[in-house]
Design a protein around this ligand. Sequence first.
Ligand code: TIU
Length: 223
Amino acid sequence: VGTPLTVGARPYDFAFDPATTALVLIDMQRDFLEPGGFGESLGNDVGQLRGTIEPLRAVLAAARAAGLTVIHTREGHLPDLSDLPAAKLHRGNATLRIGDVGPKGRILIRGEYGQDIIDELAPIDGETVIDKPGKGAFYATAFGDVLRAKGITSLVVTGVTTEVCVHTTVREANDRGYECLVLSDCVGSYFPDFQRVALEMVAAQGGIFGWVAPSPAFLAALE
Ligand code: TIU
């Protein structure tokens, strides 16, 4: 346990110890960020999310250099769909349903090319990858056990989409006692209005769910 570092954040400075902090990359998968996947099948313009890639690449490199714990998540389901609730399969008017064959493999199915993390942010040896069937990283996964085993108490949260899997995970983490900093330019939404409001919702009311800062503020703290 070392000296706490400080990030200029909303609603006030975020203090963290690199030894007890994890960088979490939520669902930076081809299924959400590239054409022909789950995100596009729901009617979304995947181009909306691509601005997160370069800032997140810099954050990932800095976190690795600083020796932070790095944890990636992937939303997806088992090939036999045994972990897919009917309610999730049948929701909406998707052009391709979960499990259907798309141009990058079966939509949102573990082990398929489209379900994996984009090349730019590929995990390296020693980094944990959490496969999750839901929107939150804690539900039906070992995420909480991994954090406890590694002694992690603070999360720097990035990934997509801001108001869906990022928010669900931050809310789950906050209720479990984790301190969460969301990096505003490293999270993305298909909806610009939701992006803005989702970030406000985290930091409002004195940081009801956590803190929000742009990635340069976090990078400055690590230097
Ligand atoms: N649809 C949407 O905005 N998001 C998801 O379905 N999953 C995640 O956010 N990863």
